[in-house]
Design a protein around this ligand. Sequence first.
Ligand code: MN
Length: 191
Amino acid sequence: MTHKMPELPYAKDALEPHISRETIEYHYGKHLQTYVDNLNKLIPGTPYEQASLEEIVRKAEGPVFNNGAQVWNHTFYFNTLAPKPQQEPEGELREAMEKKYGSFDNFKAEFEKKATGLFGSGWTWLVKDASGNLDIVNESNAGNPLRSGQTPLMVMDVWEHAYYIDYRNRRADSVKATWHLIDWKKVGERF
Ligand code: MN
């Protein structure tokens, strides 16, 4: 089976000024395209030739996992962002967040601490466990919380390629800017 590029759910310049058109052109247009192409080159003749992307994320190892998970993670990431999102969580997600972190602002502070503290390349996730409890987890490289039985709700990409054009070395500024784009309506639906 051939894995395809996911559609970008907005125009390439729609996330400006927080994420530039140029970043999207490289991040979506080149980095993600390369992961898709690599995955399609790697799977023929392996047990994952006919596997769904999620099965690859859950079970594969090595280069098939790395490229497959990067396709899954980026698809999820680009679909977590929106040009004019619902700016704050509501309903049950809001209640769960306030129970765990005290307030939305405290949650954001915890998330920022985790995202800026991740050494090297990776992803900072908001997840829920089997009992519905929220947690913030860091995964290095292509890591994905589905492998630990957690449900991904929201993610920020903290690989340098996600922010270097717009923010150079300033990951913390990139994380802060990304709050403007997180679609809490979508995150609430996942919860
Ligand atoms: Mn990326």
